[in-house]
Each structure stands twice: as C-alpha cells, then as structure tokens.
Design a protein around this ligand. Structure first.
Ligand SMILES: *[C@@H]1O[C@H](CO)[C@@H](O)[C@H](O)[C@H]1NC(C)=O
Ligand SMILES: *[C@@H]1O[C@H](CO)[C@@H](O)[C@H](O)[C@H]1NC(C)=O
Ligand SMILES: *[C@@H]1O[C@H](CO)[C@@H](O)[C@H](O)[C@H]1NC(C)=O
Ligand SMILES: *[C@@H]1O[C@H](CO)[C@@H](O)[C@H](O)[C@H]1NC(C)=O
Ligand SMILES: *[C@@H]1O[C@H](CO)[C@@H](O)[C@H](O)[C@H]1NC(C)=O
Ligand SMILES: *[C@@H]1O[C@H](CO)[C@@H](O)[C@H](O)[C@H]1NC(C)=O
Ligand SMILES: *[C@@H]1O[C@H](CO)[C@@H](O)[C@H](O)[C@H]1NC(C)=O
Ligand SMILES: *[C@@H]1O[C@H](CO)[C@@H](O)[C@H](O)[C@H]1NC(C)=O
Ligand SMILES: *[C@@H]1O[C@H](CO)[C@@H](O)[C@H](O)[C@H]1NC(C)=O
Ligand SMILES: *[C@@H]1O[C@H](CO)[C@@H](O)[C@H](O)[C@H]1NC(C)=O
Ligand SMILES: *[C@@H]1O[C@H](CO)[C@@H](O)[C@H](O)[C@H]1NC(C)=O
Length: 656
C-alpha cells in the first residue's frame, strides 16, 4: 500500500477541507461492475442494521480475491440510532463522493469511524499510520494542568485496555488548576488486545499530551481519544451498554449456535455476512450466548411495554378530558386566560379542580381527520416524553371542538425574553447556552430517538417555552401530524411553517425533512445569540444596502468578525466568547442552502458538547443577500481555512 503518496495527497486536501470528517483512500481502483464492487456495496449496506450495542462491527463479504472487509466503530456513549445514522452517512460519503471506486478507504466522523478494504483489517493494522488530531485552548497553569491530565489519561487508558473483548472505553474527570475540571474519554476497537489498545492510546497521547492545551481530539483507526474542560460524554450510556453486554455468561458448548449466527436476525440480509469474532471460538459462543440473552431480555422488555400499552389503550380514557371541565378550568376560554394564538389555534391557561395548572390549545382548524385518527395521533404524541418537550397530557373531543391539554410551563416563551430589551438581560450566556443545548436535544429526540420520526416544521422562538429553571421545552411538535398523514418526510401542498424560519426547499417547494428543522434551528440559534429576531433584523450600511440576519452573520463570521453578531448584553457578562463563536459557526452550518451540507441534529449536539473538534466551514447561507460590496470582496479574500484556524481550532495531520 502506498501510504506515502496517499498521505501527501491528504495533507494537501486537508488544507482545503479542515473538517471534522477526515478521510483517506488507499489501494487501486475497482470497476463499478466488478464482483468486488458488489461485495463491497452489500457489505457496507449491511453494517448499520447489524451494528452491535457496543458500537462495533467487524464484517466481511464474498470470497478472495474479491472479498471485502469492513469495520465500523462508534463512540459507545451515543445511542445506537445515532451510531447507525452516522455509519450510514459515512458509507454514503466514502463510497459515493470521497473515495469513489477506490479499493480501500477510511473516514473519521464525529462519532464514528468507518473503514473498508480488500485486505483483512486486523486489529487496526494497515492504516495504522493514519492519524488525525486537533488541539485547542491554552492552559493557564500548564505544568499543573498537564500533570493532572497525564494522570487522568493513564487511568482511563488502563481501564479501557482492560475492558475485555467486547468493550474498550473509559471516561472520567479530574479537577485541574484554575477552577477547571478536565474531562476525557478514550476508546479502542474492542478487537484489539489489551496491549494493542494500550499502544494505540499511548501513541495517540504523544500527539497531544501535553502541549499545554486544554482540549484535544485524536482519531486513529484503532482508537479514539478526547479531552476538554467541559463535559462531552454520556457516562450513563456507557454504563447502560456495559450492563447490556457484560458480565459475560460462562462459555457453554452449544453445537447448534454456529450454524445460525445472529439467531435469525440476519435473515433480513440476503448476502451471507460472516461476522468474525477474534481469536477463540469460545468467544464466538460467548458472544452468541450474550446475544441470545440480550434478545431474551429485549423480548421481555417489549413484553412489559406491551402490557403498559394495553393499560394505555384501555386507559386511553386517562387521556380524555371532559370538555366542561376544561371550559371551567379556563373560565370559558376567557381572553384574560389566553396565553397566545398560534397557527393551529389559541392557547389558554387553566387550572383543574385538583389545582393542577394546564395549558389548553383549542384547535381552530378542522383537521379533516376523523375522530379515530385524531385520537390515535394524540395517543402517539402523548407517548413522546422528553425533558425538552412540552408534555401532552390529553385531549377533549366534543362536537366540532378539539382541545389538546398540555402541562403548563411557567416562564412563557423564549421570544418574550430574547427579543425584549429589558428581559433579555435576565438570561445570560450560560442560560442561553443551556437553552440552545436543550432545544437541540429535544430535536434529536423527535428526529431520531422517539418511537416515530417527528419533523416539527414550525420551530421558532415562540414555540420554545421556558420552565422555572429556564430549561427549554419545545411545544407544538407533531401538530402537522394532526393535519397531514405522512410525516416521514416528503412533499406537501400545505406549508405549516413560519416565515423567517423556513428552509428554502420547504418554503418554495414544500419539501420538508429533518434538515428543514435543522435550518430553523440554525436561525433560532443565531437569534438567541444576537438577541434579534430574523424578521426585524436589518443592517443598513451607509443608509443604502439593507442586509438581513443570515447574510450579516455569514459575512462577518467569514471576515473574522463573528463578535458583531453577538448580543451586546452578552458581551458584558462573563460568558465564553469561544462558545458564542462556536454557536454562530454551528448556526451557519445549519442554514446552508444545500440540505446535505447541513448537519443532523445529532451532530449538532455533538458539536455543541465538544470542545476541540474542528467543524467544517459553512458555505454561504440560503437567502444570501450581499451587503456592502467592498466588504464582501474583502471577506472573500480570506481563505476558509484561515478562518477556521483563527476561530475554531487547529487540525493537523501527522504521518508516521
Ligand atoms: C483510479 O482512477 C482515477 C480516476 O478514475 C485515476 O485518477 C487514478 O489514477 C486511478 N488510480 C489507480 C491507482 O489506478
Ligand atoms: C465491466 O464493464 C466494462 C465496460 O463497461 C467491460 O469492458 C467489462 O468487461 C465489464 N466487466 C465485467 C466483469 O463485467
Ligand atoms: C476482524 O475479524 C478477523 C477475524 O477474526 C480478525 O482477524 C481481524 O483482526 C478483525 N479485524 C478487526 C479490525 O476487528
Ligand atoms: C467526576 O467524576 C466523578 C466520579 O469519578 C463523578 O462523581 C462526578 O460527578 C464527575 N464530575 C463531573 C463534573 O462530572
Ligand atoms: C508549556 O508550558 C511550559 C511551562 O510554562 C513551557 O515551558 C512550555 O514551553 C510550554 N509548551 C508549549 C508547547 O507551549
Ligand atoms: C445518556 O444516556 C442515557 C442512557 O442511554 C440516556 O437516557 C440519556 O438521555 C443520555 N443523556 C444525554 C444527555 O444524551
Ligand atoms: C361558562 O358558560 C356556562 C354556560 O355557557 C355558564 O353556565 C358558566 O357559568 C360559565 N362559567 C364561567 C366561569 O364563566
Ligand atoms: C422563571 O420563573 C421563576 C419562578 O416563577 C422566577 O424565579 C424566574 O426569575 C423566572 N425566570 C426568568 C428568566 O424570568
Ligand atoms: C429573515 O428575514 C428577512 C427579512 O424579513 C427575510 O428576507 C428572510 O427571508 C428571512 N430569513 C428566512 C430564513 O426566512
Ligand atoms: C422536492 O420534492 C420533489 C418531489 O417530491 C422533487 O422532485 C424535488 O426535486 C424536490 N426538491 C428539492 C429542492 O429537494
Ligand atoms: C448538495 O451537496 C451534495 C453533496 O455535497 C451534492 O452531491 C449535491 O449536488 C448538492 N446539491 C445541490 C443542489 O447543490
């Protein structure tokens, strides 16, 4: 393999693509009608559905010499769904656009790594020389900081390496000087030996430790390392997976097992995929038994859920509210109890006899749905429960009246705060950052983790409610479902969004997808940072050119003047400028014209929580209206890479 040349190529490429998605292509070319192409394609498409709970999969398809090998590894602290979509995206990018027709490739994404090859991939060998890392931040007391960091990384490395054949990951924190806490996570592909994992991590550490930085990330084919002074991982997910996978049941000889690997699950894939489990046959058996037990557990849980469901259904009654009761609770829907008027009807504050406070939405439009469909939708929506979603408590149907009953969220909607000259002072950067992260998490739940994919389609500041601790809760989700049938994404004659937040493809053609929600989220995030609403934002330069928010943000951000976007009320507080700029950057990535350039909400959450990863440079946003011509040309004179170096962090490639 000619790594030398490849690395040179990448080195050059990388300056143009300082992105978090780094990749390499190796080996010769194959033709698209070859057996290898067939094997590779079926292998790659079989990966996402078969990925294990530990986020790792080592698979192969076909026979030598056309045999294809692949491995996928996700950060174990992410949910399986996010992992699957990461690998799906990675496969698509790698095969279609990054390494078309190349026999070998590797792609590092924020939460997953995908490799494929025409040669056996044993324990991170081969592309082992391939390392990508990024560093950021400067410790104020480097010696003490490095000392703490070293100790932390050593402990985690030992813990991860000793993790056994199914899971090698460890995360933890350590108090550091300057009132900081340093958080770190290390992970190896579980097929590495304890020694192999240790070696991989030690050499990763050499790239970044200890150069006095307060954050860094290293990607290698066999292992992953990240640290920073803000938490970025989910320890409870790691524990959850560990409990699912370990402790291993004792290996038992089980003759029928090897003949049916996957226990029938793989019936769905027609190609024979052999999942190779390293070293000892007993491990294979152990894994199968583990798998079997997990399945048993799973069916058991499903069973429990089913029982709950039945209760729910028989107690669908519990979701039904009496119309009179609600009328009484809201003083016959009096104007004095009116909280607001949305596209689907007015919302009233109410208090039930029990003293419970509620919000009642009185649907104004006839949904055209029968009672049964309406009920079904409401039952589904009531099942969506997340701390960042307003909880639906029930409904009432009486004649033509359709009411939805929600939990009452005390502090009102976000627009009343951020767009108000006085109240905006009440929410400092820390709160706004928390709000941004909360909204993002709520959307990930709607898009990926909920029982059914929900596209909000009308995300905006007035649909974000704040509770007494200023936790954000998304409201009005699923409303489109009550009026439209197919919600998996597509094209609709009826556009339900709000002017100012709508993605161009939705506003113009009615095409909606999770990426149109991402667009609205981007606008919302920029509003939260700037304290101005898109629809009232106007930058008038020389009394001539009128410029709107997205253009203004992009132009200034590109010219290294991202600060101009920031609400002056925030600049006087102790908020982290770095985080604000990071949010502007992410916001601009979300409002890009091309839907496939926009990140998914899951990636947004990763970016919001990561400290040191370099993000792709966003392209010009949709609705771009150039501002002052002179300024424009000046900003374009700056290369994107320089910007990302100045404002994000430095990514370097280190060939070994
Ligand atoms: C593979 O194909 C590309 C163009 O399709 C060509 O530029 C490249 O030289 C080929 N590489 C090898 C190793 O044959
Ligand atoms: C693949 O297609 C090319 C031309 O399109 C043809 O020359 C070649 O024989 C084909 N190979 C196979 C294995 O079908
Ligand atoms: C995949 O499995 C094969 C067969 O057990 C093993 O030789 C190889 O090391 C594994 N590779 C990876 C990267 O896990
Ligand atoms: C740091 O780790 C300890 C366990 O070692 C944990 O109890 C604590 O909550 C962590 N601190 C933070 C800020 O996450
Ligand atoms: C790290 O800090 C130490 C102590 O201040 C200093 O001597 C050293 O040059 C710094 N190293 C780097 C790479 O900046
Ligand atoms: C962390 O993982 C747990 C367990 O899967 C999950 O319930 C929780 O929502 C996750 N937290 C975050 C912040 O994603
Ligand atoms: C609501 O209206 C009903 C009749 O329409 C009336 O009997 C009742 O007193 C009203 N309640 C309130 C609180 O105004
Ligand atoms: C939210 O409500 C609580 C309790 O009513 C209040 O103490 C807090 O100041 C409110 N927050 C804001 C930002 O107004
Ligand atoms: C933001 O507002 C401006 C001016 O009202 C409008 O032209 C633009 O389309 C809006 N942006 C979006 C994303 O709708
Ligand atoms: C919108 O959807 C229609 C049909 O579903 C499709 O033909 C069109 O290309 C889509 N437009 C965009 C911009 O995605
Ligand atoms: C959007 O981006 C994708 C991948 O970068 C590209 O294939 C596609 O052609 C682009 N679409 C448009 C309309 O520019």
């Amino acid at each position: 393999m000619n790594f030398q040349t490849c690395l040179m190529v990448i080195l050059i490429n990388l300056s143009a693509a300082v992105t978090a998605q780094n990749y390499g292509c190796f080996g010769g070319n194959y033709t698209s009608n070859s057996t290898y192409a067939t094997n590779l394609n079926s292998l790659i498409s079989s990966l996402p559905p078969n990925i294990n709970d530990n986020g790792f999969l080592n698979a192969t398809a076909g026979q030598t010499p056309d045999r294809a090998y692949a491995t996928a590894l996700c950060r174990t602290d992410f949910q399986k769904e996010s992992c699957r979509s990461c690998i799906r995206e990675a496969a698509d990018e790698l095969l279609r656009s990054l390494c078309p027709n190349r026999r070998q490739g590797i792609l590092f994404k924020l939460i997953c790594t995908l490799r494929y090859s025409d040669e056996s991939l044993s324990g991170g060998a081969g592309a082992e020389s391939y390392t990508i890392y990024s560093r950021s931040g400067q410790a104020r007391f480097p010696e003490q900081f490095n000392q703490k960091l070293r100790a932390l990384l050593r402990g985690l490395r030992e813990q991860a390496a000793a993790g056994g054949p199914l899971m090698k990951i460890a995360a933890g924190n350590e108090t550091a000087p300057d009132y900081q806490t340093v958080f770190a996570l290390v992970q190896c592909t579980p097929d590495l030996s304890e020694m192999g994992c240790t070696t991989c991590l030690i050499s990763s550490e050499q790239f970044i430790c200890c150069e006095n930085n307060t954050g860094a990330v290293v990607y290698r084919p066999g292992c992953y390392l990240q640290f920073g002074v803000a938490p970025f991982y989910n320890l409870s997910r790691i524990e959850e997976v560990r409990a699912m996978i370990l402790p291993l049941p004792p290996p038992v000889p089980a003759p029928p097992l090897p003949s049916s690997p996957g226990n029938g699950d793989s019936n769905t894939t027609r190609t024979v995929i052999i999942i190779l489990v390293p070293i000892v046959a007993s491990l294979l058996i152990a894994a199968c038994v583990g798998n079997y037990i997990r399945k048993r557990l799973k069916t058991k849980t499903e069973h429990i859920i089913l029982e709950n469901d039945e209760e729910d259904v028989s107690g669908e009654e519990s979701l039904i509210y009496n119309f009179k009761e609600l009328a009484a609770a809201t003083d016959n829907f009096s104007d004095s109890n009116k909280l607001g008027q949305g596209g689907f009807g007015a919302v009233y504050k109410g208090e039930l006899q029990s003293g419970q406070q509620i919000a009642v939405k009185r649907l104004s439009r006839n949904s055209g749905q029968g009672e049964l469909e309406f009920k079904n939708e409401v039952v589904l929506m009531a099942k969506l429960q997340h701390r960042n979603l307003v909880r639906l408590l029930g409904f009432s149907l009486q004649g033509t009246e359709r009411l939805l009953v929600y939990e009452f969220v005390h502090n009102g909607s976000l627009d009343c705060f951020i767009f108000d000259p006085v109240k905006r002072l009440l929410i400092d950067w820390e709160s706004r950052y928390k709000i941004i992260k909360g909204i993002a998490k709520g959307l990930v739940y709607l898009h990926e983790d909920s029982p059914q994919r929900i596209i909000h389609r009308d995300l905006k500041a007035s649909n974000i409610l704040l509770d007494t601790d200023n936790n954000p809760k998304i409201s009005d989700f699923g409303m489109a479902r009550l009026f439209e049938q197919d919600e998996t994404g597509g094209n609709t004659g009826r556009i339900v969004g709000t002017y100012g937040y709508m993605a161009p493809e939705y506003a113009q053609n009615g095409n909606f997808s999770i990426k149109s929600d991402v667009f609205s989220f981007g606008v919302l995030m920029l509003e939260i940072i700037s304290g101005q609403s898109n629809n009232s934002f106007k930058n008038v330069e020389n009394g001539e050119n009128v410029e709107y928010m997205l253009s203004f943000a992009w132009r200034n951000w590109c010219a290294g003047r991202g600060k101009k976007m920031i609400d002056p009320a925030l600049m006087s507080t102790s908020g982290s400028l770095r985080d604000m700029l990071k949010c502007i950057h992410i916001g601009l990535m979300c409002v890009q014209q091309n839907t496939s350039d926009r990140p998914t909400m899951a990636s947004v959450v990763v970016m919001l929580h990561s400290f040191s990863v370099t993000f792709p440079v966003p392209s010009q946003p949709a609705y771009f209206v150039p501002g002052g011509v002179e300024e424009m040309s000046r900003s374009l004179a700056i290369k994107p890479t320089e910007i990302s170096k100045n404002e994000a962090s430095i990514t370097e490639l280190y060939p070994r």
